[in-house]
Design a protein around this ligand. Sequence first.
Ligand code: HEC
Ligand code: HEC
Ligand code: HEC
Length: 482
Amino acid sequence: MKRWFVYFLFGTAGAAAAFLLYFWMGALSPLNGSPNPNQSEQSMPLGKAIYQAKCATCHGASGKGDGKAAPLLNPAPRDFTSGMYKIRTTESGSIPTDDDLARSITYGLYGSAMPDWGPFLHGDSLKAIIAYIKSFSPRFEKEKPRVVDISSPVPSSASSVANGKRVYAKLQCASCHGTDGKGTDATATDLIDDWGNEITAANLTEPWTFKGRSTARDIYLRFRTGMNGTPMPSYVGSASEKEMWNLANYVVSLARKPVWAMNAEELKAFYSAADAEAKKNPVERGKYLVESSCEGCHSGYSADGKVVPEFKLAGGLVFDIYPFGKFTSFNLTSDKETGLGNWTDAEIKRAITQGIQRDGSRLLPFPMPWTSIAQMPDDDVNAIIAYLRTVPPIRNEVPLPEKPNIFSYMWGKFEMLILKKQYPGYIYPLKDFSKMEHDAKGGTDGGQDSEESQNTSSGSLSTPLVVHNENPFRNDVKEVQP
Ligand code: HEC
Ligand code: HEC
Ligand code: HEC
């Protein structure tokens, strides 16, 4: 499973390693507006050549959104075969116009990995790439874009904004975006897009993160047309045109000052307010930290590389790193027998900040990145523990690390340091967790039969990810036959 490489990057070196990997995969190499000059590609039609050089790494050679980098990305790259687009000037469900596509390609989609291609693609190249991505979906042959009749805008004013605030309440934008636009008291928080991925409603106080940009017209269009493929609905018919423009003016008025535009005093005030917020609710803060920095390694995965919700934080990802051994991520839920249920706060803290296990033995500095967790502010470490305490028990017994005997270890070190041999490491789930019976009270079978279930329960798991040189351990990583 190629996809497994991704979980290696969840740790501390995440962003940097992802970037290296992206380079390695060659997506950025031909960055100068001309198509890849490689041999046969020269004779290809322009659109296809540009696509293969610049877009295929993410969007996949056949446009299905399954390029090499795709598993790294959330939101996932668009599957062009669906003909479904978020940023449009067309009615809900309709295909976009060429101008809509040109706009997304030129400016990119803020807040996602979709880059802005404006500096590299214009004129004929832009036309060619648009024609090429349209060719992935038969919808563009059969349908015509149904363009929205944009009414004349209502200029912003205090009364328009006040009126827009009422429209915001009437249309219940708050159910997803919160009463204040930044999610406070939102009732719909577990949102999933049409491709089955988790998605968060935009923070309306940070307009620089809007994918379709943030003028009143852009915002009017987003809720007038909806964002196809996402829970963000179309409100056509639910309010008058005038009300919709007032609402757009209200959303514009919610913008806070971006950090980069703040002076020293404003910055200080901003961060101490954010700090106070975090202290007020450590569990909330801890949840955020755990989801962003522990969950990727400490969860049960399905064979196709998705966290299985019933095994979130229940451990079970194997890191096979020659000559150091084979380590399975631990069950972090509050299960008393197989998880952290019987650990004291102090024991958890000692393990994740000093690498000292419950029985006093030491953890290697990898794969469990306790050395970098040790750099976190104390409040954050406490918040992580506070949140872990609230995670309901999931029974999932993971095997102890398998460490090599001293001779194989010495030989491995010798190969590594003297012979300069390079071996990749392997990462794979202990078993296909989507096929496991789940029972929070116990009864899920443990991880004892790892070898067996790896080979029997899912064929694809027997070809684990091979982590190439871009892994954080570089020279230290060696291969061991899985
Ligand atoms: C680094 C990865 C990456 C590369 C390279 C990339 N894209 Fe994307 N693209 C994305 C992601 C991720 C999304 C989905 C963002 C979202 O749904 O919020 C996306 C979405 C899109 C969309 C959909 C816009 C909409 O309204 O829904 C278009 C069109 C698009 N890309 C065109 C291209 C073209 C053309 C290229 C090559 C010139 C390209 N992309 C290269 C990551 C990439
Ligand atoms: C059912 C949940 C839901 C409701 C209700 C909802 N939104 Fe959204 N909204 C979303 C989600 C999810 C996104 C993020 C889509 C994405 O990033 O692809 C979003 C994104 C947005 C954006 C950012 C657009 C961009 O270009 O990225 C704006 C502006 C917005 N919503 C305004 C509104 C307004 C105004 C209302 C009420 C009329 C509303 N939303 C109602 C879920 C919702
Ligand atoms: C890069 C993957 C990775 C990340 C990120 C990660 N862990 Fe781990 N963690 C592991 C592995 C693998 C083990 C098992 C190590 C072993 O058995 O030697 C482990 C073990 C543990 C243990 C048990 C230690 C023991 O004494 O056996 C705890 C507790 C733990 N991790 C908590 C966390 C927390 C909290 C976070 C997030 C702040 C986190 N981990 C992030 C991979 C990771």
